[in-house]
Design a protein around this ligand. Sequence first.
Ligand SMILES: *[C@@H]1O[C@H](CO)[C@@H](O)[C@H](O)[C@H]1NC(C)=O
Ligand SMILES: *[C@@H]1O[C@H](CO)[C@@H](O)[C@H](O)[C@H]1NC(C)=O
Ligand SMILES: *[C@@H]1O[C@H](CO)[C@@H](O)[C@H](O)[C@H]1NC(C)=O
Ligand SMILES: *[C@@H]1O[C@H](CO)[C@@H](O)[C@H](O)[C@H]1NC(C)=O
Length: 351
Amino acid sequence: MFPFFSYKTFFFLLLSFPVFPARTFPDPLTELTVDVRNSTWHDFGKFLDAGKGSEVTGMSELKKYFQRFGYLRPTPEMNFTDFFDENFESAVTIYQKNLGLPVTGKLDSDTMTQIVSPRCGVSDTTHSLHVTRHYAYFYGEPRWVGSSPMTLTYAFSPEDMINYVALPELKTVFQRSFSRWSSVIPVNFTEAKNYSSADIKIGFYRGDHGDGEPFDGVLGVLAHAFSPENGRFHFDAAETWAVDFKTQRSKVAVDLESVATHEIGHVLGLAHSSVKEAVMYPSLSPRTKKVDLKIDDVQGVQALYGSNPNFKYSSLLESDISSSWGLPLERRSSKWGTSLVIGVLILSLCL
Ligand SMILES: *[C@@H]1O[C@H](CO)[C@@H](O)[C@H](O)[C@H]1NC(C)=O
Ligand SMILES: *[C@@H]1O[C@H](CO)[C@@H](O)[C@H](O)[C@H]1NC(C)=O
Ligand SMILES: *[C@@H]1O[C@H](CO)[C@@H](O)[C@H](O)[C@H]1NC(C)=O
Ligand SMILES: *[C@@H]1O[C@H](CO)[C@@H](O)[C@H](O)[C@H]1NC(C)=O
């Protein structure tokens, strides 16, 4: 629908204060403890159970988190206060609905636990006009267009790769990630030799790498991918990418396959899901693998591309019976609805 635009999506790993994660941990390898959540919780405990009318020092910083992820209207000229006002209450309420949490309008422990857990950085509220079930699409529902069955080619950058994971091993990881999606939709992914003509271009980059979205070093942004039909698929080379946690012992190691699988969902046109178990859910813990597509992921991508003739729901149902059914459909619109989505568009558009 909007062939000139593509959305950029991010995968974040947030271990400390979410707004400036990289800056608060200049040396995360030494500062982080095994119990990441517990040490982070220490800083956030003061907000626990704050609700309308509360005033807590530092609340303005927390509001920036909600603004960053599309829940509070951007206010460039006005600074946030530490006062828990009506606007913030409705932001918290929408956040709780979007993430499937109990809706209390307060910073209760479920909500605070969610806030401190690592997450993907694309705004959740890109959903608001296009929710069908729990999965969601980018505005305009862009997808790859072609005759079905479709074959998309992918290629690895000849220069911009990491050297501590052997290339054959790395390619196997991507093969597995792509095949999870191709087993459910009539789309094949094949590796192409020619990088410049491939549909999907994969590379690992440091800092400013020419697409207007510089990477930020260790932690913070992990990867970003462009929505259909752009195909750029970039990983932050500064992260410690893990293929096997038995050999990669770093506490900040990030599972390559989990991030690749999540980002391929974005490459195909899926935004974030509110189903916790889904691959497209916006958070992932460090040293964690989350690679199996759930019913919600499958329904979302099949609504865009149709079903692979060989796909059988029964195989998924056995493992996923509880997670995706039964919740009523939520229209995730907010009172400022349209203008919020436009705000998100402006922030995330990339020509
Ligand atoms: C978190 O830290 C507190 C105090 O330091 C400790 O009592 C508690 O057991 C820790 N929780 C976990 C899950 O490790
Ligand atoms: C917002 O904060 C900045 C930096 O603290 C300050 O320079 C600016 O004057 C403030 N703006 C308003 C409208 O208070
Ligand atoms: C994918 O490719 C294989 C062989 O390359 C072919 O047999 C199969 O029909 C293709 N499937 C789709 C859905 O394109
Ligand atoms: C790779 O693709 C580009 C763009 O389609 C083309 O110009 C170039 O000749 C191709 N290179 C090779 C080695 O096939």
